[in-house]
Design a protein around this ligand. Structure first.
Ligand code: ZN
Length: 110
């Protein structure tokens, strides 16, 4: 269970309780059920994290099967893992759209 924190009201969000979602893939957004703010991830960071992860995997597999590339493969894996780690640390929810004070949406409010 991924524990998220709302970037707007800073209350914990349980992913299984989220009822409002929109968008797909890297631009997917969720709606906080506490304050109705729309939250999303930083798309570029998420993409960099995925690229870093797969680069490390591909470089590792290539280095395993192709001999004589260790001098190139090893630093590539190191850099990819660093990229993945750094982007993972920076990856958190952003407020995409703050809740409106009046004219609330008619979604269920708990
Ligand atoms: Zn919230």
């Amino acid at each position: 269970m991924a524990a998220l924190q709302c970037a707007h009201c800073h209350k914990p969000i349980s992913v299984s309780k989220v009822t409002g979602t929109r968008g797909k893939g890297f631009s997917a957004q969720i709606q906080c059920y506490h304050c109705q703010a729309w939250l999303g991830r930083h798309a570029i960071l998420t993409i960099l994290k995925v690229i870093g992860f797969y680069t490390a995997v591909i470089a590792g597999v290539t280095g395993y099967f192709v001999e004589g590339l260790a001098n190139i493969i090893t630093p590539v894996i190191m850099l990819s893992l660093i990229l993945t780690g750094v982007t993972h640390l920076m990856d958190h929810l952003l407020v995409i759209e703050a809740p409106e004070e009046d004219g609330k949406p008619t979604d269920e409010i708990k």
